[in-house]
Design a protein around this ligand. Structure first.
Ligand code: AAL
Length: 415
């Protein structure tokens, strides 16, 4: 009986498929239809209309290339690894200039790993760090202003290192969220909760709240150890704070992103029951877009190198696939805190390059990225779906010794 139904369904299905495809009496049109044509379509042809806001990347508002500019104004002590600047916040415009905050490490030596670390020797590039800030007239040349949030005295949250900060403007006051380390990163993983400091002016002074505002998850939960890259936006009249966590344990950490929501910058924050809401990516970068939230999902996970979109700020889909995405991007988002119901998107920001020279001088540098993920501009030179890399660029990404030996062995076995 069951077999009969299956055969008849298959038959119906086959019949249906047969009949549908039979409707395609002519081939797919030469001129790419702007709208989804009413014809039988393969999954891929249908997806080109269902999954993207336009059938061409050049017309897809959430597709962009990324262009990079070296910044002026930051000294890295001849790149000897003793000075590092990384994980920039979102850029804001206030008092007629741009502001950015970032992790600043100035230590006697480059990072030496958890074993060799001590009160002055850093374990990692973001160990023994404080949060500094800089301002700029044009976003290319920056004036470093100095420390904004120093490490608090022991045993306050963040006494070992305060890093990876991001800014929120709420009811005329400013809030800096940051990772607060209570031990050298790497001793027991990159474990830390999130803390916050507040001020009436972007120039400070900043008052530490000295309490954990985004706690680690319960034992056994995905975010039980690390709450990283706190990233607040104002959305639907509330604070939507996205964050990353590293889980599943070493050696191959899994990175995903979650959401915590609050009505007050000092909390309580409620973690969204559907967390994680983004299944890939590393540092968090998101912005209001149309009635929803868009996200840059950079490295790590099946959906790395994608721009994603959630019309509700929670359920993200891939909106485009791109490349050379900015690491730890802090965009300039004019409507990040305006509680907009129709976000306009982004065109530039700051990002970082880690291990800017060699591991023995391990340090990171800040850089500027530009893109066209904005409804207000249309820059065709940002919307090309290909880059012509020189052979050297590919040969730089060469085989390692282990791979070469494997191939040599395979060749030997073939003889
Ligand atoms: C970055 C961020 C967090 C991590 C470390 C410093 O990429 O994800 O800040 O803790 O790496």
């Amino acid at each position: 009986m069951i077999l009969l139904v299956l055969i008849s369904c298959k038959k119906i299905q086959n019949e249906k498929e047969v009949t549908l495809s039979e409707t395609n009496t002519i081939g797919f049109p030469f001129k790419l239809p702007e709208k989804k044509p009413n014809r039988a379509m393969s999954k891929a042809s249908a997806r080109n209309y269902d999954a993207y806001s336009a059938p061409r990347p050049s017309q897809n508002e959430l597709y962009s290339q990324f262009k990079y500019t070296e910044l002026k104004g930051f000294d890295y002590n001849n790149d000897d690894g003793t000075i590092s600047r990384r994980d920039p916040s979102k850029v804001i415009f206030a008092n007629g200039k741009y502001y950015v905050w970032y992790t600043h490490r100035h230590t006697p030596t480059p990072p030496q790993g958890a074993e060799k670390s001590n009160d002055t020797i850093p374990s990692s590039d973001w160990d023994l760090a404080d949060i500094w800030y800089a301002t700029s007239e044009d976003g290319f040349t920056w004036q470093e202003q100095g420390v904004a949030v120093p490490r608090p005295p022991k045993p306050n949250v963040g006494w070992r290192s305060v890093t990876t900060t991001d800014i929120l403007e709420w009811e005329g006051k400013y809030y800096l969220y940051y990772q607060g380390f209570m031990e050298a990163s790497g001793k027991r993983g990159d474990d830390c909760p999130v803390a916050v400091s507040y001020a009436d002016s972007p120039d400070g002074p900043w008052t530490p709240h000295n309490k954990i505002v985004i706690p680690n998850g319960a034992e056994g939960e995905w975010d039980q150890y690390s709450i990283h890259d706190p990233y607040p936006l104002v959305y639907k009249g509330k604070i939507y704070l996205y964050y990353k966590s590293d889980f599943d344990g070493d050696p191959e950490l899994v990175r995903m992103q979650g959401l915590a929501i609050a009505d007050n910058p000092l909390g309580p924050f409620t973690k969204h029951p559907l967390n994680p809401v983004i299944n890939s990516g590393h540092e968090t970068t998101l912005f209001p877009f149309m009635e929803g939230i868009a996200a840059l999902v950079i490295r790590d996970g099946n959906e790395h190198n994608t721009v994603q979109y959630a019309a509700d700020g929670v359920n993200f889909d891939i909106a485009s696939i791109t490349y050379l995405m900015p690491n730890a991007a802090g965009p300039y988002i004019p409507d990040a805190f305006t509680n907009t119901d129709y976000g306009k998107g982004i065109t530039w920001g700051l990002s970082h390059f880690t291990n800017a020279t060699i591991w023995s001088q391990n340090h990171a540098i800040l850089a500027r990225f530009d893109c066209d993920l904005s409804l207000d501009i249309h820059d065709p030179d940002m919307k090309r779906a290909h880059e012509y890399y020189k052979p050297e660029f590919y040969f730089e990404h060469g085989l390692n010794e282990k791979q070469k030996n494997r191939i040599l062995k395979e060749n030997k076995n073939r003889e």
